[in-house]
Design a protein around this ligand. Structure first.
Ligand SMILES: CC(C)(COP(=O)(O)OP(=O)(O)OC[C@H]1O[C@@H](n2cnc3c(N)ncnc32)[C@H](O)[C@@H]1OP(=O)(O)O)[C@@H](O)C(=O)NCCC(=O)NCCS
Length: 149
């Protein structure tokens, strides 16, 4: 507990509010989040979703995902009226503690090139971009076509 928020694992009962929270507070991208996707995450790894809550309102989130090989962070977001109070730092510290207990030595996150705020926060928390990598993607749910730029 700090600054009035509590960190806890998110569960099935949180999904609707979580999706609404992401729509208003998370990084804007080609988001395809839905209830089924979050249910699948929780089924596979019930501890992966970490929430910051205040009086049961969601004020922050992170997904701390281990795919059995590498450790990845997704959906770090803090409600606008609760930013710059250390909530993201607390969420990421909790995720990193979880990862360390699993044997992780390195963790990564995808950050949009134009997301200056996100980059500032990641840098403040000790993360640095790897300039030599780019993400290569291909969709599996449609005709094979070149990935968008
Ligand atoms: C990025 C985000 C999660 C940060 O959440 P937050 O709770 O405000 O962050 P914290 O208060 O824990 O701050 C973490 C660090 O980032 C820095 N930081 C955060 N917001 C900042 C700002 N607006 N200006 C300068 N530094 C900032 C802080 O200084 C802090 O470093 P410090 O502890 O060394 O001082 C939040 O701004 C957000 O939800 N943004 C929209 C979603 C998004 O872009 N997420 C990132 C996706 S990659």
């Amino acid at each position: 507990v700090s600054n009035g928020h509590v960190l806890r694992a998110g569960g099935a009962a949180d999904i609707d509010r979580l999706l609404a929270f992401w729509r208003t507070s998370a990084e804007d991208t080609d988001r395809e989040d839905d209830r089924v996707a979050v249910e699948r995450l929780l089924l596979r790894d019930p501890e992966a979703l970490i929430l910051a809550v205040e009086d049961d309102d969601i004020v922050g989130s992170v997904i701390a995902g281990w795919d059995g090989w590498r450790w990845h962070l997704y959906r770090i977001a803090v409600r606008q009226d609760r930013r710059q109070r250390g909530i993201a730092a607390a969420l990421i510290a909790a995720a990193e503690a979880r990862f360390a207990a699993q044997g992780a030595r390195r963790v990564d996150a995808m950050v949009l090139e134009g997301n200056t705020l996100g980059q500032t926060a990641w840098a403040a928390l000790g993360y640095a971009p790897q300039q030599q990598w780019r993400r290569w993607v291909r969709r599996l749910d449609g005709p094979v076509q070149p990935a968008p730029p």
